[in-house]
Ligand binder design. Structure first.
Ligand code: WQD
Length: 340
């Protein structure tokens, strides 16, 4: 079975390519290298010994997308990661996000609509829930007004897929709503490569631990939570990658119910910012320097998954603990910075 992975040289994409290869799938990667480097291919090969084929391609170029599918008529499934994902940047550059995250999705689906049967996994996000009214968050929770154009592209993306699946029964689709992916492959051959100052918590923590940053700014400790800091569901990126393979196998084996399903992909456990810092201190043996600053605009107070549907219907469950995920993140940081 041949699987196209768009954005397959990215953080979650590269980890998913490894798990696909481990399951015997043939993988074709498309990536425009806007947020990664081709060197990630070497990391994938170092882990699996198999080099996936790779094409540098910008999915915004409709003719190039058409041409790709003319040359690859035997694609059985697509896992679509390619998108811009920086919340703050999306507020400043909304049209770049709507073009890059939605035009590309439409061009992909136009090609898939021509096929008799194809599996399609969409990279969505818990951000669609905003601040959920009830915790843990189930798939039935209300999709709220997006806090950012980035979040809106995930909401609109899901609606585009849902409407397309109603008309094209050959497209069998799943949206995976990620919570907070962290960590790196245990081999430390691939991991997160944030460009510039990390916006996300864990890469900022590990860069601070590595001495690249002076200290972590904790965005507020006056929230109504166990210790005043925000709570999230931090999931090991390898657990998340495996959820994509399980979802794809569900579609390719015709086990799905209807041709569009949605699953929350998290651990089901919420951790506060201070608890994440304590995890880093435990796994690194260091004391992370941090200071409390004002809240970050747009942050929800708490978000963690109800994983019942993923566990019982999808048949997938996250295995790694926060400390295991944090250790993998720290091992990766030390590797890329040449630290012991
Ligand atoms: C986590 C917590 C911050 C940095 C993001 C995206 C979301 C999804 C998951 C893609 C928050 C706090 C952070 C820092 C801090 N990504 N924090 N100091 O915001 O939950 O979600 O990743 O789908 O779309 O928005 O993740 O890692 O930015 O923040 O105190 O320097 O850490 O306030 O409470 P977030 P995050």
């Amino acid at each position: 079975m041949k699987i196209l992975v768009t954005g397959g040289l990215g953080f979650i994409g590269s980890h998913t390519v490894v798990e696909l290869q481990n399951e015997g799938f043939e993988v074709v990667i498309i990536d425009d290298l806007s947020n990664t480097t081709e060197a990630v291919l070497d990391g994938i090969v170092a882990i699996t010994g198999k080099k996936p084929s790779y094409e540098k391609l910008d999915l915004k170029e409709k003719s190039k997308v058409k041409d790709f599918f003319k040359r690859h008529r035997d694609i059985d499934g697509v896992i679509h990661f390619a998108a811009s994902k920086a919340v703050g940047e999306s507020v400043e550059k909304p049209l770049l996000y709507y073009e890059n995250n939605l035009n590309t999705l439409v061009y992909l689906l136009q090609e898939l609509s021509l096929k008799n049967r194809v599996g399609f996994i969409f990279s969505s996000s818990c951000t669609v829930y905003g601040q959920a009214d009830k915790l843990p968050i189930t798939e039935g929770a209300a999709v709220k007004e997006a806090e950012s154009p980035y979040g809106n592209t995930k909401q609109i993306g899901e609606e585009i897929i849902r409407d397309t699946c109603k008309v094209y029964p050959g497209i069998q689709a799943i949206s995976l709503r990620y919570f907070n992916p962290i960590g790196a492959h245990p081999s430390a051959a691939i991991g997160e490569l944030p460009i510039g100052v990390p916006q996300n918590l864990v890469p900022f923590i590990t860069q601070t631990g590595a001495g690249l940053r002076k200290e972590l700014s904790v965005f507020g400790d006056d929230y109504p939570t166990v210790d005043g800091t925000c709570i999230r569901d931090y999931i090991h990126v390898v657990d998340l990658a495996k959820a994509h393979v399980v979802g794809l196998q569900r579609l390719l084996n015709g086990k799905n119910e209807g041709n569009y399903e949605v699953f929350n992909v998290g651990t089901g456990k919420g951790s506060s910012v201070l608890e994440v810092i304590q995890s880093f201190d435990r796994v690194s043996g260091k004391q992370l320097p941090y200071k409390i600053v004002e809240r970050r605009q747009g942050d929800v107070i708490q978000a963690y998954a109800d994983t019942t549907k993923a566990n019982t219907v999808l048949g997938w469950k996250a295995k790694s603990t926060l400390d295991q995920a944090m250790k993998s993140a720290w091992d990766w940081e030390k590797k890329i910075r040449g630290l012991q």
